[in-house]
Design a protein around this ligand. Structure first.
Ligand code: ADP
Ligand code: MG
Length: 330
């Protein structure tokens, strides 16, 4: 066996084939590939969720269906795209009608809520290893339309850094459910982990105001790091400015920071925007609150030339010992 690589090394070493100049796309490295087809700009993403890797063994198939699509819609949100349709590739250990009924109900409800119909896919049985069949694996490819697409490139020195929601709640739920942290997983936290809300409307608003954007699937600092790498800039982040839920604010400082900064599975957005967009962004938050759909937005830092500096509320630098999620981390 050869040396083991991280997820990022694996992709950059073996799958960045390069894109011919005449192909109308920006290539690998953003939440969506952006394809210019005539006067239309398509945003395309694909994400897999697998039993045992992304879900606990007792996960409810209804929420599996919802979340399998939500994580893809979240990538479309990061591109500022309007969802148009999706494909479903299902790999199942068996065709269990009860499981499938609940899964299909969750999936179709999410599809209807975001006006994103299922238009094709593929169905197979998972491999048998000894007497046991491998758990399910669900791959969704989602396609959206973006008039002014956002990518992880485009952040420039002096831009503000913003975050939606209260990152860390899904990770707190996971730690409580698996008994790694003490306490009960309440309904609010269970919803954060099982049925995240892809920030599709926010993403579309940001496509007119932000300079770069990513969704938070692997942890706030890791996904912000993707923006910094892709845009070739650095950042100063005041970590105590991130909005925090009541549940997470009651945890120890260590747990809170671990969940907020490296937790992952939040499907919130992190974006950069020029200072002149501040009012427009706060105004969006006010309008959403007036419409009864309040969403927490936090302005947490500034884009710099290089490096990533984390500061606490007193402006003291703290060590960055927070590593986001990597499927192949050692
Ligand atoms: P996301 O979390 O939004 O799915 P990641 O940060 O995990 O995206 O992936 C980084 C980039 O690598 C994305 O542009 C993604 O499309 C691409 N990518 C991931 N796996 C592969 C692969 N096996 N082959 C080609 N591109 C890949
Ligand atoms: Mg993403």
């Amino acid at each position: 066996m050869g040396p083991c690589l991280s997820e990022t090394e694996l992709i950059s070493r073996f799958f960045q084939f390069g894109i011919p100049d005449h192909w109308p796309t920006q290539g690998i490295g953003d939440d969506c590939a952006i394809l210019e087809i005539g006067s239309t700009c398509l945003a395309v993403t694909t994400d897999t969720v697998a039993g045992g890797t992304h879900f606990l063994p007792d996960a409810n198939p209804y929420t599996i269906g919802k979340k399998a699509l939500a994580v893809n819609l979240s990538d479309l949100a990061a591109a500022g795209a309007v969802p148009r349709c999706f494909f479903l590739a299902l790999s199942l250990p068996q065709a269990d009608a009860v499981w499938l009924e609940a899964f299909s109900r969750g999936l179709s409800e999410e599809a209807r809520a975001f006006a994103c119909p299922l238009v094709g896919g593929d169905t197979t049985k998972t491999t048998q290893i000894g007497d046991v069949r491998a758990p399910f694996s669900i791959t969704i490819t989602a396609i959206g339309e973006a008039q002014k697409p956002l990518t992880r490139q485009g952040a420039t020195v002096g831009d503000d850094i913003w975050v939606s929601g209260t990152p860390g709640d899904a990770y707190l739920a996971l730690m409580l459910r698996t008994g790694q942290w003490r306490g009960e997983c309440n309904n609010y936290l269970a919803r954060a982990m099982d049925t995240p809300t892809p920030r599709v409307a926010l993403g579309q608003f940001l496509s007119r105001h932000a300079s770069a954007c990513a969704d938070i699937s692997d942890g706030f600092l890791k996904d912000l790091g993707n923006i910094l790498n892709r845009s070739k800039v650095g950042a100063e982040v005041y970590i105590d400015r991130l909005a925090v839920s009541d549940d997470l604010s009651k945890r120890s400082m260590n747990e809170r920071r671990q969940a907020q900064l490296a937790g992952g599975d939040d499907y919130e957005l992190v974006w950069t925007a020029p200072v002149c967009e501040r009012e427009a962004i706060w105004d969006y938050a006010r309008r959403r609150a007036q419409e009864g759909e309040a969403i927490a937005l936090s302005r947490v830092g500034t884009i710099t030339d290089s490096g990533l500096k984390l500061l606490d509320k007193n402006g003291c630098e703290i060590e960055n010992s927070f590593f986001g999620f990597d499927h192949f981390a050692q």
